[in-house]
Design a protein around this ligand. Structure first.
Ligand code: EZ4
Ligand code: CO
Length: 412
């Protein structure tokens, strides 16, 4: 089965998505997600100019060989652009193999290890009352685990607070929280770690008082703390029994997590911006994290992320795959097939795409009683409606960035 055609399709229904579409000589179509939020066109160029010419004429069945060929023959290894491009090829080939076999991808990966995937959504609010409304609405929608982000007094605009975080505020449309703003230049947000460290434990105390001890609660520190500040936060959140504290430090310095671990038993999740197993080498071996945050889209596809998660499983570390709306429905489906099949699944982030996105990407995955399931259609189970995609041209969009009170640029 030979790859005859490869197209890179950029579309911007509710936000930008990059999709690789492969067609074989037998007429099978496979799609893969290559969306790198805020840097989409870099991956488009990498695919179109450098990867597509290598794919035409290759045997579509040789997934592992194609992965190794794209990774090693480039000479320039790793990095988010390269790995998102490789991921898209990998996903599209798994999609094709499933269609050829007449099986959903999770069956090719060993079959289901569970009936469905626990998913968490994003509640947020500028005040505790607003936050409680957002939590209630998520519970009504069926979420069984919820991420909590709250505004910090004195800071005008910070990460994770949706202006339209409730169904009601969003005029009855599913909300599609997306920090990347279309058009113009990056939004500037402000930051002060001391105010944040003082405020966040009071928010979790209020949420536990309101919703009780059972509900799994998560929180994202979004790379802003030093190791000792992260240790302080982990410790101060211990009474509220978090499912995880995410990205407490910018974890390029893997060793830094040792210090955090020495001080707190709050579980740690890291890795949404990592892209290979090498980024996890030390933090997994030394058991410095509890959850792997990598998305299939940003970590070399199903083939490579499965290797990362198999490595993590030796240390009882589980998956917590990244799933904001900047992962396309194709990337989300790939995550669900992988999550359903591996033994060490932990939780899946799931935010629900907007109506326009759903019309471009026809999905067969389901979300019922708080659990996701990839569905049983052959392949990944998502079809790209090329005509519908063509109605939404690319729109430049940047992620925001942070400055401290004295004007210093800070991690976002
Ligand atoms: O900021 O996906 O846990 N989720 C996150 C996301 C990221 C965006 C960046 O593209 O941190 O909201
Ligand atoms: Co995050």
């Amino acid at each position: 089965m030979i790859i005859e055609q490869a197209d890179v399709i950029v579309t911007s229904p509710n936000r930008n998505f990059v999709t690789l579409r492969l067609v074989t000589d037998e007429g099978h179509v496979g799609i893969g997600d290559a969306t790198l939020n805020g840097r989409e066109l870099a991956v488009v160029a990498y695919l179109r100019d450098h990867v597509v010419p290598l794919l035409i004429g290759r045997d579509a069945h040789r997934i592992e060989d194609t992965w190794q060929f794209l990774y090693r023959s480039a000479y320039w290894r790793r990095g988010p652009v390269t790995m998102a491009a490789v991921a898209a090829v990998d996903m599209a080939l798994w999609d094709i193999k499933g269609k050829e076999a007449g099986l959903p991808v999770y069956q090719l990966l060993g079959g289901a290890s569970r009936t469905g995937l626990l998913a968490y959504g994003h509640a947020s609010g500028k005040t505790n009352d607003e936050l409680f409304d957002s939590v209630r609405e998520h519970l009504e929608q069926g979420y069984r685990a919820i991420r909590i982000q709250a505004a910090v007094p004195g800071l005008k605009s910070i990460y994770g607070i949706a202006s339209n975080a409730t169904y009601e505020a969003n005029k009855g449309e599913r909300y599609d929280h997306e920090p990347a703003q279309r058009g113009g230049l990056p939004n500037e947000e402000d930051w002060d770690t001391r105010s944040y460290l003082r405020h966040i434990p009071t928010v979790f105390e209020a949420v536990r008082n309101e919703f009780g001890p059972e509900l799994p609660l998560l929180h994202d520190g979004h790379h802003r703390m030093t190791p000792i500040q992260a240790a302080q936060l982990g410790k101060s959140l211990e009474p509220y029994d978090l499912f995880w504290l995410e990205d407490c430090t910018p974890a390029e310095n893997q060793e830094a997590l040792r210090l955090v671990r020495q001080h707190t038993t709050t579980p740690l999740a890291i890795g949404e911006i990592f892209n290979t197993v090498w980024d996890y080498q030390q933090i997994v071996r030394e058991q410095l994290i509890d959850y792997v945050r990598s998305a299939v889209t940003h970590t070399g596809g199903i083939t490579h992320l499965k290797k990362v998660l198999d490595y993590a499983s030796q240390y009882q570390i589980k998956s917590g795959m990244h799933g904001p709306t900047d992962i396309s429905p194709v990337g989300m489906a790939a995550a669900m097939h992988l999550g359903l099949s591996i033994h060490n699944f932990g939780i899946q982030e799931y935010m629900q795409h907007g109506a326009k996105t759903d019309a471009v990407f026809e999905q067969s995955y389901t979300w019922k009683d708080g659990l996701l399931h990839p569905g049983d259609k052959p392949g990944l189970g998502v079809e790209l409606n090329v005509d519908e995609a063509g109605r939404y041209p690319y729109q430049r969009a940047y992620l925001p960035y942070n400055r401290l009170a004295d004007g210093t640029v800070h991690d976002w």
